[in-house]
Design a protein. Structure first.
Lengths: 122, 418
């Protein structure tokens, strides 16, 4: 049975509702609903490999500051967002930390590091 | 510190204030101070831990703290003087600044020029008139953001968000990631109030229900909020009888718009635009008061920080020039008038003698339109939305087409095709 997948394009305020038809071999057989080339490109990329940058905070220890802001250095697969945040829940960051310092290296084997986006002096 | 010879004083050190101060310094002003009530520069950027900042300005996808850091370091490099933990309480039309500093107490001085960069505030429950009790657990999205991202507390476990502004949608994702359940985002309009990328990446990604053309008609709970009533609205945005239903929750977040913060501007005699809520400005971001300039969300609420930075650089440059003795640029002689489906245009006046960038918003969502800047320029657009600011570059080549002695340009958003 061919399957339909709906994707909202984020390329412009239009927010086209793009529909992909996918056959039994997971191949895309049609793309409809986009109003420009960008929409077609975005929908295909978003279907094949949806990725997001994970941003969050981690708890600190021995610091006057309760939280440290962190991010992944590159987008990771969308499916890794929740497992990623669970991994971050285990972290207790110890000062001193500079912006850009690695908090978790190779998060969940994505090949992407989690780094501090703010600093922790003491 | 000697405050007898301050060239430029910038009020506020968020993205607008930092950009203005750096540019003022780069434009030749010697003594530039930034007055900030918090302990560090950067303003709200520190609590915006999400990414999406700097895509235009730096061509990089930065988080709020990272975007702030770049400007903080630059400000230090060019030797801007920060006055931290200093709250400005008054500005006079003669530019005398009164402030309270935790280090120095009461201070007062008169800089050669001032940049207003106080940003904006969130609309709160009082501005909405939602009927019901007044329990705990109702807060603005930005307050929740501070709790979650800075203080390290989650405001509740079962959350309803009223309004689909960007901060509300971003908090929907943030709270979901931190283990809360966002049961509904309720929006009175037929479309979201924020950016499309936030609808997709904050709501769709986490299957958070978005109720368009709905509003909250009742708040339940004695000590703590227990539930809200939600109803569908008609074309006049009035609740439709019989569509009401109860949604259980322990927290209600409000993301229902931002208001430029202009109490100080008013004290200084700065004239405000009733639509933007900010100072009426000329193309160099000059207000009606000589030597007082303004940039960023204090002028009009932006969607993207990148535009805040650019606009404020203009204000910083003008303030530096004024401090160095440039003749006061009276407001431009050509008024930009909002025409069909245009809500506002910034700047409100131009000289016609230099190329400029117009920032504008439409009143209603429309597809297939043509934006007409008087008869000097026109641009076809596929869609326009009140929630997405339009930015139009107006080069000299176009401005030269203006008739001699023209005093106004009407900007229209016309329907195409017919």
């Amino acid at each position: 049975m061919p399957e339909e997948k709906n994707i909202t394009c984020i390329g412009c305020p239009m927010g086209c509702a793009v529909t992909l038809t996918i056959d039994d071999d997971r191949k895309v057989t049609s793309i409809t609903g986009y109003k420009c080339k960008e929409g077609q490109k975005y929908a295909l990329a978003e279907y094949k490999n949806p990725v997001r940058t994970l941003t969050a905070t981690v708890l600190t220890q021995n610091s006057s500051q309760r939280l440290l802001a962190v991010r992944t250095t590159a987008p990771i697969p969308k499916t890794k967002l929740l497992p990623g945040i669970m991994a971050l829940a285990e972290v207790r960051a110890k000062p001193p930390i500079k912006m850009g310092d690695v908090v978790i290296s190779n998060l969940l084997d994505t090949g992407v590091d989690v780094v501090a986006t703010s600093g922790l002096l003491f | 510190m000697n405050r007898q010879n301050v060239d430029v004083a910038v009020i506020g050190s968020g993205p607008a204030g930092m950009a203005a101060a750096i540019r003022a310094k780069q434009s030749g002003a010697e003594n530039v101070v930034v007055m900030e009530r918090a302990e560090q520069m950067g303003g709200l950027l520190h609590q915006c831990v999400h990414n999406g900042f700097g895509l235009l300005y730096f061509n990089e996808d930065l988080t709020g703290p990272e975007y702030a850091r770049r400007f903080m370091e630059k400000a230090m490099d060019v030797k801007v003087t920060p006055l931290l933990e200093t709250m400005v309480t008054k500005i006079s039309p003669e530019r005398e600044i009164t402030a309270i500093s935790s280090k120095e107490g009461y201070i007062t001085f008169t800089p050669k020029s001032i940049v207003l960069a106080m940003g904006c505030r969130e609309r709160s429950r009082g501005a909405l008139n939602i009927p019901g009790t007044r329990p705990a657990g109702i807060l603005t999205a930005g307050t929740a953001q501070r709790f979650v991202n800075v203080e390290g507390f989650i405001p509740g476990k079962k959350i309803v968000i009223l309004g689909s502004g960007d901060i509300g949608m971003i908090m929907a994702r943030r709270l979901t990631l931190e283990g809360a359940e966002v049961v509904a985002v309720v929006e009175i309009l037929p479309y979201i109030g924020g950016l499309i990328r936030n609808e997709v990446q904050c709501l769709h990604d986490f299957s958070i229900p978005l109720l368009l053309e709905h509003t909250i008609t009742q708040i339940h709970g004695e000590k703590r909020i227990e539930a809200v009533n939600v109803a569908r609205v008609d074309n006049n945005r009035d609740p439709i009888g019989g569509t009401e239903r109860r949604i259980e929750c322990d927290t209600l977040l409000l993301s229902v718009g931002l208001i430029p913060e202009n109490e100080l501007s008013s004290m200084a005699g700065v004239e405000l635009d009733p639509i933007t809520g900010g100072p009426i400005v000329g193309e160099m971001r000059q207000t009606n008061v000589p030597g007082i300039f303004a940039g960023g969300n204090v002028v009009h609420v932006h969607d993207l920080v990148d535009n805040v930075s650019w606009e404020s650089e203009l204000a910083g440059e003008s303030a530096a020039r004024f401090a160095m003795g440039a003749k006061w640029a009276e407001k431009g002689k050509i008024a930009l008038k909002p025409g069909r489906n245009i809500r506002y245009i910034v700047p409100q006046t131009i000289s016609g003698e230099r190329e400029i960038t117009l920032y504008l918003r439409v009143s209603d969502l429309e597809e297939g339109v043509r934006l007409k800047i008087g008869d000097i320029m026109s641009k076809a657009l596929r869609v326009v939305k009140p929630s997405e600011m339009l930015k139009i570059e107006l080069p000299m080549a176009q401005l030269r087409k203006l008739k001699q002695g023209a005093t106004e340009i009407v900007v229209d958003c016309e329907k195409r095709g017919k």
